[in-house]
Design a protein around this ligand. Structure first.
Ligand code: FAD
Length: 364
């Protein structure tokens, strides 16, 4: 008999949420290379929920997740994960296209000045997305790991998959410390390392590319910022949101190709972020309080990948969650669980076609 029914590689939001959905029905182990789950992308996000983000197919997963995030089942969490603040997509000229399923309204200059005091003159109007919210990422990730453990799921940290081989209709997984584990199903939820984990398992990589994104926490000479809307540029060159009364989280919206690694911010990207910020509002920048970077991981078509590999049996992809892996996690995990277990999908994802996210779309 195998040690487990399913081994999930990676304890970020992708591995934890899928694990929580299947652990009651399959003996499941999460192996996480780092000392703690969530050390990489999951622990470094900008922590917002934005329905228009990632295009129409991703929006389906985001919208399907909203109810769960805003009013989670009591046995999952006592607290809600969303705090609504709205988002202003600023523009000097054309308004951005957003999926028709997303609620929006146009905001003209006079209202813009009330919503973002100190906004510079060049920003003529904006598209307002009222549903945009902050996500309590740490609480959501912890709730998934908690639910996973309550269903008898096991988590092992400092357990890096080094190699995996098919043997006897299942997988033999070799960890960095030399130990081995067996299971008929291996889930690749390794984030930036998804292609490396595939290659180490004898599975053809899909071309999932890590891209670095920088975040900066600025202290500014302006107060009353905490509840202002998220502000971004319709053309995608920055975003920022009030974090504390006089602090903002700011990103230059960078997307720099990277090897899988412990990503760190570069001075040039921090400077670029501040330069762009100063062109949006007249809030004096006092200092950089902290900065960090993380990797967003994209398949060639920028859609996530959920489903069994088309060529290698028992290898399940749960990867390529780009910049939307947190906000889509409830729906994505339920859809992926149905695919993995071969069961009917949960009602919140019953209307979503999983073929759109299948690894088979890359045609082998
Ligand atoms: C700056 C930034 C801002 C973002 N903002 C948002 C946002 O506002 N909203 C949103 O929804 N999303 C956002 N995202 C995206 C989101 O963070 C990711 O989509 C999500 O965290 C991906 O989760 P994951 O579990 O796939 O990856 P990760 O959290 O990186 O987890 C993968 C895990 O796999 C482990 N691993 C890798 N290789 C192995 C191995 N061989 N053996 C064992 N373990 C292994 C790693 O150690 C890692 O912990 C942002 C990302 C960044 C970087």
């Amino acid at each position: 008999m195998s040690d487990f029914d399913v081994i999930i590689v990676g304890g970020g939001i992708a591995g934890a949420s899928l694990g929580a959905e299947i652990a009651a029905r399959r003996r499941t182990l999460i192996i996480e290379a780092e000392d703690q789950c969530g050390y990489h992308s999951t622990g470094r996000s900008a922590a917002f929920y934005l329905e228009s983000y990632g295009g129409a197919e991703v929006a389906k997963l985001t919208l399907a997740s909203r109810e769960f995030l805003i009013a989670p089942p009591k046995n999952f969490s006592e607290i809600r994960f969303l705090r609504v603040r709205g988002d202003l997509h600023l523009t000097r000229d054309e308004l951005p296209d957003v999926p028709s399923s997303v609620e929006t309204r146009v905001v003209e200059r006079a209202e813009l000045e009330r919503l973002v005091p100190g906004i510079r003159l060049q920003w003529r109007r904006a598209l307002f997305e009222p549903g945009c919210a902050d996500i309590d990422v740490a609480a959501l990730h912890a709730a998934y790991l908690g639910a996973f453990r309550r269903s008898a799921g096991k988590v092992t940290t400092r357990a890096r998959l080094e190699r995996a081989e098919r043997s006897g209709g299942g997988w033999q997984v070799r960890l960095q410390d030399g130990s081995t584990l067996t299971a008929p199903v291996l889930v690749n939820a390794a984030g930036a390392w998804a292609d490396q984990v595939a290659a180490a398992s004898g599975v053809r990589p899909l071309g999932i590319e890590p891209k670095r994104r920088t975040m900066v926490q600025l202290r500014v000479g302006r107060s009353g910022l905490k509840d202002l809307p998220l502000v971004d540029d319709a053309k995608g060159s920055f975003y920022f949101k009030g974090e504390g009364d006089s602090t903002v989280w700011l990103s230059p919206h960078d997307e720099i190709p990277s090897e899988p690694c412990d990503a760190a911010p570069e001075e040039i990207d921090i400077a670029l972020a501040i330069d762009r910020f100063e062109q949006v509002v007249d809030w004096p920048v006092e200092r950089v309080e902290r900065s960090w970077a993380g990797l967003r991981n994209f398949a060639p078509d920028r859609l996530p990948v959920y489903g069994f590999d088309a060529a290698v049996p028992g290898f399940f992809w749960c990867a390529g969650q780009g910049g939307f892996g947190i906000q889509t996690s409830p729906a994505a995990a339920k859809m992926a669980a149905a695919l993995l277990l071969g069961e009917e999908p949960d009602r919140i994802v019953a209307h979503i076609d999983p073929a759109v996210f299948s690894p088979a779309r890359f045609g082998r």
